[in-house]
Design a protein around this ligand. Structure first.
Ligand code: BDP
Length: 321
């Protein structure tokens, strides 16, 4: 009997009740990514802790649609869970979008202090107007630019280039502030855009640059580390409504354990991706602090112009070091 959306109640042997929840891991670049592994752990923990009453099935590699369509489906309960980039789910000008500001954090540890602290945990509930509940954050590392024809050493080198960005106004503005032209597209289309010369480059973390072969077309990767955009493991509000409080708590707990596991994996994935693309002959351009400052300077206007009235939140994040 179908209860609602993707939540099914299955009667086994005429008696036993079981929920079967179909989650979706959209945009998974490949089955072996840290996101995929983190999500699989989440599913396994949920099954174990509920003694198999709740089964979570994973659909990787965009099998149920791209990231935007997954978010839409989760919002009405057609899919129960998803792992998405914050850039695709944060609303324009919202508090959660502030987390993605260029050069907001001094590094990975700073970002995790914010996400694990009151700001990050509080923001997990900021998606309810979209019918979504955040369960835990995953590490998405730092994003940097990669290009096809020539390397980027300074903002000037990006001038006039067509750079693919996620479906995010803030990311489009960031690229514009650097003098480039943003090309919004879903992740699955990036290879094609580069291949068909519809974009001169893109920006992403190293594992995502490596996983979908973008590095084969765009040989230059510049470690400018302009943004840290965390990933969100989320559940449909509709799904949560149909679970009792005990099961909801189990789900939250499992998500938090899966997050701890995924972030441990993340750094190895970054290093492996780095080795892989270097072996393939890509040029990795390291930047000094001073050189990074030039990118920071060009994008600094976004802090004020894009988020009027959010100075206190930005300051609180900066101070959380
Ligand atoms: C990757 C994220 C993935 C996004 C992708 C993108 O893991 O969720 O779809 O970036 O750039 O890093 O669209």
């Amino acid at each position: 009997m179908l209860m609602s959306g993707g939540l099914r109640q299955i009667i086994r042997n005429g008696r036993k009740l079981q929920y079967r929840i179909h989650p979706f891991l959209c945009g998974e670049p490949a089955g072996g990514t840290s996101f995929h592994k983190g999500s699989k752990i989440f599913c396994r923990l949920v099954e174990e802790r509920t003694e198999d009453r709740i089964r979570v099935e994973v659909y990787p590699e965009g099998k149920l649609g791209d990231e935007l369509s997954a978010i839409h489906q989760v919002s009405y309960g057609g899919i129960d869970f998803a792992r998405v980039s914050l850039a695709t789910v944060a609303e324009n000008g919202s508090d959660t979008e502030v987390l993605m500001l260029p050069y907001l954090y001094s590094g990975r540890e700073h970002m995790w202090k914010v996400l694990d602290g009151p700001i990050g945990t509080g923001m997990l509930s900021d998606f309810t107007d979209q019918g979504l509940v955040g369960l835990a954050w995953f590490d998405g590392g730092a994003r940097s630019f990669y290009t096809v024809g020539s390397p980027v050493h300074e903002p000037e080198d990006l001038r006039g280039l067509r750079i693919r960005v996620q479906d995010s106004e803030l990311m489009a503005e960031l690229v514009t502030a650097l003098g480039a032209e943003p090309v919004k597209a879903v992740y699955a289309d990036v290879y094609k855009l580069l291949d068909l010369d519809q974009a001169d480059g893109a920006e992403n973390n190293l594992p995502s640059y490596a996983a979908e072969n973008h590095y084969r077309l765009a040989n230059y990767y510049t470690l400018d580390e302009h943004s840290r955009i965390p990933e969100l493991l989320m559940v449909s509000e509709e799904t949560m409504k149909h679970l009792d409080e005990k099961d909801r708590e189990v789900i939250r707990q499992c998500a938090s354990e899966a997050s701890a596991y995924q972030r441990q994996l993340w750094q190895n994935y970054e290093m492996d991706a780095m080795d892989m693309v270097k072996d393939a002959g890509c040029q990795i351009i390291s930047l000094s602090q001073e050189e990074k400052q030039a990118f920071k300077k060009e994008t600094a206007s976004l802090w004020k112009e894009y988020f009027p009235g959010k100075e206190a939140l930005i300051k609180e994040i900066q101070d959380a070091q």
